[in-house]
Design a binder for this molecule. Structure first.
Ligand code: KG4
Ligand code: ZN
Length: 357
């Protein structure tokens, strides 16, 4: 039987049973990850290799080094994810893979590997949008969570307010007009002389600082007329405050600066997320993406959301930063809708959430 025919038959079985054990692969940036997820909600195993040590010396992700490392690790990580799940490929119903957005050389490694598995085992291949994945990490963490809900996704490349509808279709209601929240954290950390990856380092430094010590510009962030945010001014302000202090030969407390920066960024994100819930009538606010592992952000947003009478959900830290479990979760709804790819599937460095199948 042809590949296509066998895959279609397996897809129909999944749709009839409304059940699937999915092997998911993620390689869009600097983590090589594989996971086994059942029915979009149940995490069976999740493994990853973090490339942080490889990129540390360069102060950021070097795409060519990242792609090569994915090539080296992907086979091993996938095998380990199956081993930890105590499964072999004969027990897998579908292969999910991050198809974008991300570093193209990195995406192609995961895609090629996933296509190989799909072809060899005649399994449906599900192309997953990375940011949809981040949002769906919440479905694993909160098995009772049902759409519709509003999700604030804050990662290294994206800061979006996303409306998640009952059929899991997604719509962006607001976004950053310049830097993503994670990018702002990373740039501010670099200005403060902190090592890569900047976000968690800045969070650590901020723990001992006074968040009222420095003021930051508002740009249009306090504007209640729209749901977009802007973060590039925050980073410029950090650089300027450091220059001013250096020129005047005045001491500058970096912990205070870090704490004030973090508090302002958190306030902007929280205010806009609550405004979106209010404007569109959402009762549940979800948080997702690498920056969602920031403890102060989680706490502040939870407090404010609950005070406003909203349910607040957020994945545990290990499901906030890049992982493959979230990709397996997002793939399940796509499988039920029959949204699979053929072997001509290509990676997409940029890809709007609305355009993702
Ligand atoms: O979602 P993610 O793992 O990868 C992308 O899809 O981009 O997000 C990575 C981003 C980086 O910018 C990193 O600095 C930031 O998330 N990040 C944090 C924290 N942990 C990771 N930012 C602030 N506080 C943290 N604890
Ligand atoms: Zn990510």
């Amino acid at each position: 039987m042809s590949y296509q025919k066998e895959v279609q038959e397996k897809l129909h079985l999944i749709q009839n049973k409304q059940a699937a054990t999915i092997l998911a692969i993620e390689s869009s940036c600097d983590e090589t990850a594989a996971a086994v997820v059942q029915n979009g909600r149940e995490l069976v195993s999740s493994l990853l290799f973090s490339q942080i040590d490889l990129h540390k010396a360069y102060g950021g992700v070097v795409p060519e080094i990242a792609s090569r490392s994915h090539v080296e690790k992907i086979g091993l990580i996938t095998k380990q994810a199956l081993q930890e799940a105590q499964m072999d490929l004969s027990q897998i119903d579908a292969i999910a893979v991050t198809a974008g957005p991300g570093l193209i050389g990195c995406l192609l490694v995961g895609l090629s590997y996933a296509k190989g598995l799909s072809l060899a085992r005649r399994l449906p291949l599900v192309p997953v949008h990375h940011i949809r994945g981040h949002i769906c990490a919440n479905l694993i963490a909160h098995p009772d969570l049902q759409a519709p809900f509003l999700c604030l996704v804050v990662s290294g490349g994206h800061s979006h307010l996303v409306a998640v509808e009952d059929d899991m279709s997604m719509r962006v209601l607001g976004r950053t007009v310049d830097d993503a929240a994670g990018e702002a954290f990373d740039k501010a950390a670099r200005a403060l002389g902190l090592p890569y990856p900047g976000g968690p380092e800045l969070e650590k430094l901020a723990q001992n600082g006074d968040k009222e010590a420095f003021r930051f510009p508002s740009a249009f962030n306090d504007d209640k007329d729209h749901l977009n945010f802007s973060f590039s001014g925050l980073k410029t302000s950090i650089v300027n405050q450091m220059h001013n202090a250096a020129q005047k030969n005045e001491p500058l407390n970096k912990a205070d600066l870090a704490a004030s920066f973090q508090a302002r960024l958190i306030q902007i994100l929280t205010d806009k997320a609550l405004l979106a819930c209010q404007q569109y009538g959402y009762q549940t606010l979800a948080l997702a993406g690498g920056v969602a592992s920031n403890q102060s952000l989680r706490k502040h947003m939870q407090d404010k959301a609950e005070t406003a009478g909203l349910r607040f959900v957020c994945p545990p830290k290990e499901l906030c930063t890049d992982n493959a479990a979230m990709i397996g979760s997002a793939a399940y709804a796509q499988l039920l809708k029959g949204q699979i790819a053929d072997l001509s599937l290509n990676g997409r460095a940029s890809w709007r959430i609305e355009d993702a199948i």
